[in-house]
Design a protein around this ligand. Sequence first.
Ligand SMILES: [Zn+2]
Length: 327
Amino acid sequence: MLDRKIEDGTVFVVFDMEWNQPFTGKEYDFEVSELSGEIIEIGAVRYEYQNGTINRTGVFSCDIKPVKYKKLHFHVKKVTHKSNEDLKNGIDLKTAYENFREFCGPNAILAGWGNSDPDMLKMNLKFFGLDDELRMFFIDVQPVFSHFAGERGKQRSVEFAVDHYGIPKTDTFHNATSDASYTGEVLKRIFDCSKTSEVLSVLSSSAIDPDIKREFSSVGASCEKPEEALALLMPSERTCPICKKPMFKEIGEFRIRKSVYALYNCEKHGDIFVRIRVKKNKSGHYYASSIERIATQNDYFLVASKREEFSKFGSKGEPKQENVEEM
Ligand SMILES: [Zn+2]
């Protein structure tokens, strides 16, 4: 049974992975989209929650020998400073993963910087015929940091967060174990520098279940007018994309320029962020595409700031916005 309640004794495993990439244009005897990266390193640091803070209880570090992408992609080489020789010294994924699970223990909550690692781990497990159900919650520390550092809506690097808290930079970045270690120290500072009840509430609401699909997209038919295209993806009653049960409207649909935003809630799956965008196709017709996903901290921020903009300026949005990045 998954439990995302954080109490004394709760174990956090902050992990990070490096993976090698396929070469574009090279022929492989399998579907490359089913293995967009092959894991070559897992690094992790274990913490135990006690009385408003977390304390380090262990470190895990493991190199994995790739069997599909054996030659380092130049991007990976540049970022990780690994060599082709290094790859040969790793162990097989199955053993590495078993060791990692043992390190995690039975009831850990996983954490990491950014949300791509759990998906990449699951992709590798599935591709190599291993059980790909993680059965652990995952917390992306990056938006949690943004929340507490007054950087909401910004996607910062772990190095930025390390500098923000003045954490000593004793290791290089972009090595799985040191990145996991830095991310863990950032998480510890978040606990130590903020109100415990707020940290616990943000962490609990940020925890996702990596075993369920979190994002659903759909594309509507083409129409003469943008309004018609949008209407096709705006049902009178919105149902949860996961369980199909009717959802409760928290922030109803509102339009800013070419996008519609909304926030719904499913009793079982929590808050669902909705964004619909209208686009023009080559023949000059309009069509809309929508994304429904389990809301992240960034999504809460996005929908709240867009709603505020809407209440000030209406559907045309704030005039002449410069240097504002659309997320
Ligand atoms: Zn649901």
